[in-house]
Design a protein. Structure first.
Length: 273
């Protein structure tokens, strides 16, 4: 099972690369004459203002928005602006100490070394020996390890909180995502997404329901307008890269270690079958 786990992650990473490659291949080619005209335009028109503004310190990155249908200048500005992450953190950010605690927890239940690809050489030595209980921070550290294998830093969980509200288990995440991953485009900014959803289980799997997503430090209404535009340009939605992605990775991990998921408390419990 562990060998299949690592193989699946390699294949998923390769699929993402191929999708982006195919997207670039399908873009209309620019003729040589057009390229020459563009160069001349840059020299004659752009150089003048550049000289005037030289030394002003305003060097804004230019992003490629052409893949996002219906995007406005206002949305571009909202997605491109710098955001102070600390203002978005509710409790605390996942950090290296959580990685250390996670490593110890995995070792204590027979899963030491599971998250290293070398574990495929000693599959018989890695088996869940007791129930694994992870608090929100260790769970976030685990998920970041899993996501790194596929997205190579383009999708990161900054904060993860599981809590109770009106008898429901809730999941709140703050994620830092390269928009290019969602739109399969190059040269787009990283954006913060704060997502709140209700957790439940169905047919033995964890499910995320009723996602509410906030973009950067915007209002709910502004965020919904932006997400409508982003979702309208892609086969997959923003929600597929936030709490739905988190839940999917948790289900995959439970399958790999042959465990049942228990959300009766605010900790994530993987019960040995």
């Amino acid at each position: 099972m562990i060998k299949e786990f690592w193989q699946e992650r390699k294949e998923e990473k390769q699929r993402l690369k191929e999708l982006k490659k195919e997207d670039r291949k399908n873009k209309p080619k620019t003729s040589l004459w057009n390229k020459i005209c563009v160069v001349c335009f840059v020299i004659l028109i752009v150089l003048g203002p550049f000289v005037v503004s030289f030394g002003s310190g305003d060097s804004k990155t230019e992003f490629s928005w052409d893949k996002i249908i219906g995007i406005t200048d206002e949305i571009k500005e909202s997605l491109s602006k710098d955001v102070n992450k600390t203002t978005l953190i509710t409790s605390r950010e996942i950090n290296s100490s959580d990685d250390l605690r996670l490593e110890q927890e995995l070792t204590d239940v027979g899963l030491g070394g599971l998250l290293t690809e070398e574990s495929t050489d000693s599959e018989s030595d890695i088996e869940l020996t007791d129930d694994l209980v992870l608090d929100s921070y260790m769970l976030g550290a685990l998920l970041n390890d899993l996501l790194e294998e596929i997205y190579s830093g383009d999708v990161e969980i900054c904060e993860l909180i599981i809590y109770e509200e009106e008898g429901h288990k809730m999941l709140k995440s703050l994620m830092y995502i390269n928009l290019g991953t969602i739109t399969l485009s190059d040269n787009l900014p990283f954006v913060y997404f704060t997502t709140t959803s209700r957790l439940t289980t169905h047919a033995g799997e964890l499910v995320s329901l009723d996602e509410e997503i906030v973009v950067n430090d915007l209002t709910q209404e502004e965020s919904e307008q932006i997400i409508d535009v982003l979702d309208g340009s892609n086969f997959r939605t923003v929600a597929d890269y936030t709490n739905n992605l988190i839940v999917g990775q948790i289900n995959l991990f439970a399958q790999i270690i042959d465990a049942r998921i228990d959300i009766s408390t605010i900790n994530m419990k993987f019960i040995k079958k």
